[in-house]
Write a protein that binds this ligand. Structure first.
Ligand code: NAI
Ligand code: 15L
Length: 269
């Protein structure tokens, strides 16, 4: 069993849902997030830390044996806050992991790394990235950093390109992308405990027959077997979809394709 496991983004939606399952997978679970969200959710005995603060992140990783990294800016948005939380934050995390000798990280990447593929395409983790915005690019940066720190410093990372984690699928797109909270917990624990994962990219969804991703090779390496499926919800959500023919309806990233550009974005005017 793992000794000390650090969960970043512990006050977020997924962090609050995952913490109980992670507690059963280690001897000691450390919870971290920004001070405001920790206080807002009444999470006591936590370690407040801004991922953009390198010295604070180095301190945070003292005595840590593995990390589930959920902390960061979690939707499409302007570049500056994404730069701080997801790019600088990821750099700080991997540098601290290298200096502290943390052997494994499970990184919450996102399906938005490949959000510009069509919903009529089937892709695998080996296909080229096609991010759909600033957020997707920041997750691609995280995957690149994870690859670098594996090749040069031996830190293992499982990059989970998570789909849509909600109690039930909210719309037609999610019939492909949904992952139930229980399956997410299975997937994260598999990513923490599977032997010799090296650097691995795995899509994260339930056993959805409509999924767009070749998932099996990575799931086999992790020993992840999803127990849920979006299909029973199909009749209820089939009609919930963006206007036919719009980028949001055509591309895998869905409504993120309708967000931006932003005022702080040099591409904007
Ligand atoms: P969330 O936004 O609810 O939680 C993210 C947490 O990160 C927040 O509590 C926030 O305070 C914290 N955070 C933000 N900036 C920070 C900083 N500079 N330093 C420290 N903490 C910071 O997001 P959610 O839905 O819980 O997602 C968790 C992770 O999983 C995120 O990295 C997200 O990108 C990723 N993900 C989530 C999916 C989903 O379906 N919810 C799908 C794909 C990826
Ligand atoms: C994500 O990466 C986001 O963090 C989450 O809020 C959802 O929008 C999800 O992707 C999705 O694609 O549904």
């Amino acid at each position: 069993m793992l000794d000390t496991l650090l969960l970043t983004g512990a006050a977020g939606t997924l962090g609050r849902g995952l913490a109980p399952a992670l507690r059963g997978a280690c001897r000691r679970l450390l919870l971290s997030d920004l001070p405001g969200p920790l206080a807002a959710h009444g999470i006591a005995d936590a370690l407040p830390c801004d991922l953009a603060d390198g010295a604070a992140v180095h301190q945070l990783l003292d005595g840590v044996d593995a990390i589930v990294h959920l902390g960061g800016y979690s939707v499409e948005g302007p570049f500056e806050p994404i730069l701080q939380a997801n790019i600088r934050g990821l750099f700080n995390l991997y540098e601290a992991a290298r200096r502290r000798g943390v052997p494994r990280i499970v990184f919450a990447s996102s399906n938005h790394v490949t959000g510009c593929y069509g919903q009529d395409e089937r892709i695998s983790p080996l296909d080229p990235a096609r991010p759909d915005g600033n957020y997707g690019v920041s997750k691609l940066f995280g995957e690149g950093l994870a690859s670098l720190y594996h090749d040069r410093y031996g830190i293992e990372t499982v990059c989970l390109r998570i789909g849509t984690c909600l109690p039930t699928p909210p719309d037609r797109r999610a019939l492909a992308t949904w992952i139930s909270p229980a399956d997410l917990a299975r997937l994260v624990i598999a990513a923490l405990t599977a032997p010799a994962v090296g650097f691995l990219v795995a899509y994260g969804c339930s056993d959805n027959p409509r999924r767009w991703w070749d998932t099996q090779a990575a799931w086999d390496r992790l020993g992840y077997v999803p127990q849920d499926s979006a299909e029973p919800f199909a009749a209820a959500v089939q009609a919930i979809a963006p206007a036919a023919g719009s980028p949001s309806a055509r591309l895998q990233g869905g409504t993120f394709l309708a967000i931006g550009p932003f005022d702080d974005d040099p591409r904007g005017t």
